[in-house]
Ligand binder design. Structure first.
Ligand code: GLC
Length: 799
């Protein structure tokens, strides 16, 4: 008898001789004798798409990852045929397609190879499920490095590693453990100072091998679906990341409070405890903008309900907290309790909204409330229903934001930790099994949540968090790295994961500061906060069963350090918000690993710890106990030590002092760093003055400050203020020019300008070509002056 396994294994199949070639408005089609069709689409001068069919037929072209407003358009396109190949030329790239094998080679216009197929496209038929395992192998170029791929908890450079994408609830995951919560099948290759990116847009389980199995081969494959990948050319990494982010999208600006400090635990209840928590923050003067309610606020873990014993009057509590400057964020999970008296379950049942098994019954899986059913968020009607559930939920309680968890979906007590593979999904009219929908399930859940929250908190901006994500989820939600552990190793992992996510188009990300499982000691907690304040999402969260993790849970020294660093985050909010705006507008990652910052410097290719926060602040966490400092690599250029004012020349490793109350921070010379005063929460104080810290440089540098109303949508109608500053420093002179755009009127009238590291004594100052007597300007010390926010040119001369 023939077994399934024997039938399954047919070995690899390959395309053969091209027998037909034609082109159609920016698309090129190559058909082989054995029925393989390659479709190449030119999206932009440096962005291409490759799709392969194996039986003359392409599947319907549908993807959840691609942003509806992705840009397209190129300015040059021609093709050519030679004896052995077809050639496509854009204004940046040339693509060769081999007539005998369909293998592809991509080079720049000088003929430098950027990326080339090894075996190229091949496939294996999958008898058990139908369809193919689709595969691609490429030649690894000499000294090639690899980056990206979402939340992988491994060295930032993926060379020599194999990783898989299958979103998974990995409680207390470890270093190198894979896969984790996210599936972002996008990587960046870098060799010979040329960077390119590949996004394999396939929602099945995908696998990537970066010279792990064979030293000179990079390959990627999927358990089903199409070989469908996008290619982005740099040569700068920044270009690659921006192109990918343009294709998969960016979020809208969050409300500014979402960038404040957030406090969470599993769980703060009852109401009395939540109120005490809030009171303590204000009493101890530790800034905080949001408090999270984990699953225990619900009535028996039923989503969209409240436990009225623990929270008798949510509206009153949330309202009182709001008066005190706190926003309330609550959790919603996908599992709906099987309970015939529960209206959400009833509605789901009546309308046929729950996922079903292959043979018809509704799927049941165990989560917090016991047996649950799972809405099929891949059905647009279900998404609309789900979004609508937030209407009364938000109106009745006044809550501000929603946190979606367990949306892999996580299922308890089964070895696979998730839904069965035969489970059916609508997939927006392309019915399929969970094999195809698994990786996008959480994304579609949070998409529906985002749409609901956005509608019902209007005219405020929505803030939504997700644990599971596929490429493109950044359009809808902020995310965190899941259930980590309170260890020093996890501090290292958090640092790598957040940088890696930023490189993968997903900047609004943070870790459970201090660790979710187990309890940190005061030192680890303090060191983690010092790192966490530089992450776009800054939240302390813990499982709660191992002890407390509030800023005051350790000793007074730790509380003091934590307060000081949270205050620093609040001071840096205008800088952070500006980098968020750049991310939204141009896809620029909010944190930049050193290789992104200076790819020409090969010393950066294997660095993991140091990163650039925004564009101009270099940070490096302390990752071990009892440290008085650490060795770190300072990238090329000159940097001002934030703490000591010392100017250091980069391009080498240095010992940097950082006792328990410091973390290494350097400011790029020429930078202008805006600062708010310390506030206990966003909007506590009317901003009377903006501080600009100007770090001297012999030479020029650009800086930007973006501001708006910090919430609402006026900014979309011109209600923003962009200030571009051009710094220019000479031996005894500094010129600062300001260029302004937008109609938003800031509440302050003046800048307090601190000139840091000035190598001369100020002799005279001219504002917009008029000399101003020094005594009118000096407000504090020699190098601080106060001037109108409307200046165009500030000219400082010295002796
Ligand atoms: C999951 C989440 C965690 C949450 C817990 C209870 O483990 O990752 O953040 O606290 O569920 O809801």
């Amino acid at each position: 008898m023939i077994t399934n396994t024997e039938l399954e294994y047919k070995g690899n199949l390959y395309p053969n001789q091209v027998v037909d070639y034609h082109t159609d408005s920016g698309k090129f089609y190559f058909t082989t004798d054995n029925g393989v069709v390659l479709e190449i689409t030119v999206l932009r001068n440096s962005a291409l798409r490759f799709r392969y069919a194996t039986d003359y037929n392409f599947e319907p072209d549908f993807s959840y990852a691609i942003a509806p407003d992705a840009t397209g358009g190129y300015n040059e396109l021609r093709d050519e045929e030679t004896e052995s190949d077809y050639r496509i030329f854009t204004s940046r790239l040339q693509v060769l397609v081999d007539k005998k094998s369909l293998r592809v080679q991509i080079s720049d216009l000088e003929g430098n190879i950027i990326n080339e197929d090894e075996l190229g496209f091949h496939w294996e038929e999958n008898y058990a499920f139908g369809g193919n395992t689709v595969k691609m192998s490429k030649i690894t170029q000499s000294s090639e490095s690899f980056y990206g791929m979402g939340d992988k908890a491994t060295h930032s450079n993926l060379k020599g590693r194999r990783v898989n994408n299958w979103v998974t609830d990995q409680y207390a995951f470890g270093k190198e453990q894979d896969p984790l919560y996210k599936a972002i099948p996008f990587y960046i290759g870098l060799h010979n100072n040329q960077a390119y990116g590949i996004f394999f847009d396939n929602s099945f389980c995908t696998h990537f091998d970066f010279s792990h199995e064979r030293r000179n081969v990079t390959s990627f494959w999927a358990d089903g679906g199409e070989m469908n990948y996008y290619f982005f050319y740099g040569p700068a990494i920044s270009k690659v990341v921006q192109s990918y982010t343009d294709l998969t999208g960016t979020p809208e600006l969050p409300p500014l409070w979402a960038l404040g400090y957030h406090q969470s635990k599993w769980s703060y209840y009852p109401e009395k405890r939540v109120r005490e928590l809030a009171k303590n923050f204000r009493k101890l003067q530790i800034p905080c903008d949001a408090i999270y309610l984990d699953i225990d606020y619900m009535d028996g873990f039923r989503c969209f309900t409240w436990d009225k014993k623990r929270f008798p009057n949510p509206k009153k509590m949330i309202g009182d907290l709001e008066k005190d400057g706190f926003k309330t964020v609550v959790m919603i999970d996908p599992g709906i309790k099987v309970d015939r008296n529960y209206w959400v379950y009833q509605e789901g049942l009546e309308n046929d909204y729950f996922c079903k098994r292959a043979d018809g019954p509704i799927m049941h899986g165990k989560v917090w409330p016991g047996p649950c059913s799972f809405p099929d968020y891949t059905n647009p009607e279900v998404r609309e229903w789900w979004a609508g559930l937030y209407e009364d939920f938000i109106k009745d309680s006044g809550l501000h934001a929603v946190w979606n968890d367990m949306n892999e979906p996580a299922v308890m007590e089964v070895p696979t930790k998730t839904a069965p593979l035969d489970m059916r999904h609508d997939y927006d009219g392309n019915p399929c099994s969970h094999r195809k929908a698994h990786n996008i399930y959480g994304m579609q859940m949070v998409r529906a949540t985002y749409e609901g929250v956005k509608k019902f908190v209007f005219p405020k901006r929505p803030f939504v968090i997700t644990r599971a994500a596929y490429a493109g989820t950044q359009r809808y939600a902020c995310t965190w790295t899941g259930d980590n552990v309170a260890t020093w190793e996890h501090l290292w992992i958090a640092n790598v994961q957040v940088q890696r996510m930023c490189m993968s188009g997903y900047s609004f990300v943070g870790s459970d500061i201090g660790g979710f499982a187990e309890q940190p000691n005061g030192e680890l907690f303090a060191r983690w906060v010092q790192l966490g304040i530089f992450h776009p999402f800054c939240r302390v969260h813990s499982s709660g069963d191992h002890g407390d993790q509030e800023p005051w849970s350790f000793d007074e020294e730790v509380t003091g350090i934590v307060r000081k660093f949270i205050e620093l985050r609040y001071q840096l909010l205008p800088y952070l918000y500006t980098s968020f705006w750049k991310y939204v507008k141009e896809g620029v990652p909010m944190l930049k690993p050193l290789v992104y910052y200076d790819q020409e410097d090969t010393q950066t290719h294997f660095r993991t710890d140091e990163f650039i926060f925004g564009d101009q602040i270099l940070v490096c966490p302390i990752q071990e106990p009892n440290a008085k400092g650490r060795r770190m690599y300072i990238p090329r250029g000159k940097w001002h030590n934030f703490w000591t004012g010392e100017i250091v020349e980069g391009g080498s490793e240095k010992w940097v002092v950082a006792d328990i109350d410091k973390i290494p921070i350097f400011i790029r010379e020429g930078a202008i760093i805006p600062k708010f005063p310390v506030q206990q929460y966003v909007g506590e104080k009317k901003l009377e003055q903006m501080e600009l810290n100007v770090y001297y440089k012999l030479g020029q540098e650009q800086s930007t400050l973006y501001e708006d109303a910090q919430d609402g949508y006026d900014y979309k109608k011109g209600g923003y203020s962009i200030r571009n500053f051009r710094f220019s420093g000479k031996e005894k002179e500094v010129i600062l020019q300001q260029f302004k755009d937008g109609s938003f009127i800031t509440s302050y009238d003046t800048f307090k300008i601190n000139l840091v590291g000035l190598p001369f004594r100020i002799k005279s100052v001219e504002i917009d070509n008029e000399k101003v007597p020094l005594k009118e300007l000096r407000i504090n010390g020699d190098n601080t002056i106060e001037i109108s926010k409307n200046f165009s040119v500030l000219h400082i001369s010295g002796t």
